[in-house]
Design a protein around this ligand. Sequence first.
Ligand SMILES: [Zn+2]
Length: 377
Amino acid sequence: MVLTLVAALLFTSCASMVELAFDLDEAVAEMENAAKSKDEPPIPRNVILIVGDGMGVPQVYASVVAERENNSAFLRFPYSGFSRTYSRNKYRTDSAAGGTALTTGQKVDNYHVNWAPDSSRHRTIYDDAVSVGMSTGFVVTSSVLDATPASSYGHVPYRKMFDTLSVQMAQCQHSVMIGGGGKYFSTANRKDGLAPLDTLAKRGFTVTYSLDSVLTFTGDKLVGLVYDGDPTPAPQRGDMLRRASLKAIEMLDRNPKGFAMMIEGSQIDWACHNNDSAYMRAELADFEVMLHAVLDYAQRDGQTLVVVTADHETGGVTLPDGDIEKGQNDVRYLWGSHTGCMVPVFAVGPGAQYFSGIQENIDIPEKIRWLMGIGNM
Ligand SMILES: [Zn+2]
């Protein structure tokens, strides 16, 4: 009996060694193949760049703790790294220069939306995506004219030039744009006499003014101005970010050549400017819900690269204490402004491994370009 047991154990351990040896061979072969093809990146069909405005490492960790156990969407990423966020002229970037860095691969001065020192406009990854036949768009929880979304289509020397930005948005290459800011488009509120809504209509866009009409839209070109001003804070906003993001993905995904889009949790920044930890928690919880939904889509799709990062940290947040079991954080703020520290980067999908380590914010769009097969890293 004992002998049989020993024999059985020996057999089992030999079998697992054989199995292990087989796995190792396979792993080595895989590594060799990867080394051979290191100049040929895996090409994702779709790219979703998700920005948590003002979302530094402390904000992410506060969310990981608050979600308890392993529930945070941030834990679903196999690759992570850091991004250095300084702008062309400042240690601390604002969202205009931060957004421009992430969409163009160029550092510009603070408050400049894709405005180069010689007043020229840099190409965005969305310009490049459209040039190879992909569709593009964005969903934000700010006004559609706010600095981060504006950096994906605009070109102004000062981020608050809303009249100009609305005209540029009406002429831009995106096919889905969802956020707040409806009041800026009404001719009654404008000094320049221009009518960006007419431009959009001429270009075949439907402009809708409620989340319900966004969600039931069946066409291909949509501007959803679902708030007249800024969208309300979470949780009063309801499930807008997740639902609008999935709607945009559903629309963009119809293009057989794929899509590149940006999603922004805009108000994490505003909560941290206000040093309001309950507001920050609500915005991060909303971001988590959206993130889980996008990751579920990417997992099903298998050809979508998802990169999550921030344009900068806001508030100088630190977490001196808390309670892991209860999911509680003692959140403290240094001040009501941005800080210059590195922000996290998370990635999953084809090419995700290239986003680990410490990188410049401008490396992120360059890597996306390289992975999409447009431009060199
Ligand atoms: Zn800010």
